[in-house]
Design a protein around this ligand. Structure first.
Ligand code: FES
Ligand code: FES
Length: 156
């Protein structure tokens, strides 16, 4: 039976009536038309679908939408302020830390969560925090450089 779920997405209250077991990813992409969050593996192993729930990274492909009821969700569309990109977005661009870009929104959201908790992470802490985000283009070196650059920007 469908239920009504109210969630705040990128600061805007949204209400959807749907199957409570439906993945949050599907609701974001199909109902709310926020297609920056990507479908990769669909079972929690690649990180392409990462969004923040109450500031913590989650895999939206394996998160039933009912768990997002009354929660705050941040997607890649919610990071920029007006025409100003988030420092992590800027750093990914400046380092060229993307090829096909399919993993990029998930990478950026995971990096934002990391830097909120650890403003000056070591390389090992970056690798550990980003461990669940897979880049098929193997862009890990540039992604790590971008996260270091973003950390510098955010501390300034
Ligand atoms: S699509 Fe969600 S973890 Fe791969
Ligand atoms: S840039 Fe292609 S999967 Fe990461």
């Amino acid at each position: 039976m469908d239920v009504t779920v109210t969630l705040t997405v990128n600061g805007v209250a949204r209400t959807v009536t749907t199957d409570p077991e439906r993945p949050l990813l599907d609701v974001l992409r199909e109902d709310l038309h926020l297609t920056g969050t990507k479908y990769g593996c669909g079972d929690g192993r690649c990180g392409a679908c990462t969004v923040l729930m109450e500031g913590k990274p989650i895999r939206s492909c394996v998160t039933p939408v009912s768990l997002a009821d009354k929660k705050g969700i941040t997607t890649i569309e919610g990071l920029a302020e007006g025409r100003s990109l988030h420092p992590v977005q800027e750093a990914f661009l400046e380092e060229g830390a993307m090829q096909c870009g399919y993993c990029t929104s998930g990478m950026i959201l995971s990096a934002v969560a990391l830097l909120q908790n650890k403003p000056n992470p070591t390389d090992d802490e970056i690798v550990t925090a980003m461990n669940g985000n897979i880049c098929r283009c193997n862009g890990y070196i540039k992604i790590k450089s971008a996260i270091r650059r973003a950390a510098d920007k955010m501390r300034r």
